[in-house]
Design a binder for this molecule. Sequence first.
Ligand code: FE
Length: 349
Amino acid sequence: MGARKPPWWRAVWLGIGMLCVGMFLSGPEVPMNRIKPRYSRSLYDITPLPPEQVRELAARLDEESYRVTQRAGTEPPFCGRFWNHKEPGIYVCVVCGLPLYSSAHKYDSGTGWPSFFQPIDPEHVVRRPDLSYGMVRTELCCARCGAHLGHVFEDGPPPTGERHCLNSAALRFYPEGAELPPESRPVEPEVAYFAGGCFWGIEYYFQQGPGVIDAIAGYMQGHVENPTYEQVCSGTTGHAETVKVIYDPRRISYRQLLEAFFRMHDPTQLNRQGPDIGEQYRSGIWYVNEEQRRQALEYIAELERSGRYGGRRIVTQVEPAKVFYPAEDYHQDYIARTGRPCHVANPWE
Ligand code: FE
């Protein structure tokens, strides 16, 4: 047993405890411009919105939608707009517009609340434990804005056996064929191709780019169909190890990709990068349209004028993109999976 502490001591501990809980609830201080955009499998931007933007959006809601989404309220059964609604279409978050549920997954649960057996995309809805009112439940929230939507229960129909019990006031409906506002549409990705030596590191760092949806290692600009790694390494197929970058042009520009690409490799080395020697390690930009060609040539001219390479000539090839062949599975996400160090510098720092 320790010695009894005076009452002020308890107050100090209470203060420290409250401070810790406060820090835990508010989360780490991450500047918003450093939060990496996130995309769902169905290609919607699901980057969490900053609190001030959520507050702004919530301020436009009617009283009931505000109470439900921002105060975890529940509307009375058999009263909401959508409990008995049967039109084909999609239901989006009333706050931020992210598509959440489809009429294709709606069913009559008899509860008086709109019920679905699954969301439109599992990544669009976040599940959180909810211990309020002495019950153990799982709360459903919008993945993008955090709006409270309802709860999920295990007594739904096949194929999931789940009942997503929603509040009508948390949803907005768009009938099939209606024009959707930008916040309810998937991103329209664009594609760019870069060859900068061994594709492991280039793929890894493009993957980290804010606004890059995916980066894939592969082979390009050769004259053999479906080449294998061994064929490419033999130097007889003409392919270059290439990274296909799929990106969201609303978040990152082709120019920013070009800048990152030139930070990642040495464009003055002919048919090699560091320890890797051979034509498949050549530096190249394979453009998919005239605009990419123009920007690539313009940036290369700019770099040459800048003196960054001390008078050495940039040998990067700029050619129209031929067929891209994805590399074997064991080359994909190689650095991320193996943790192997890589000589490529992080271009986003
Ligand atoms: Fe939302």
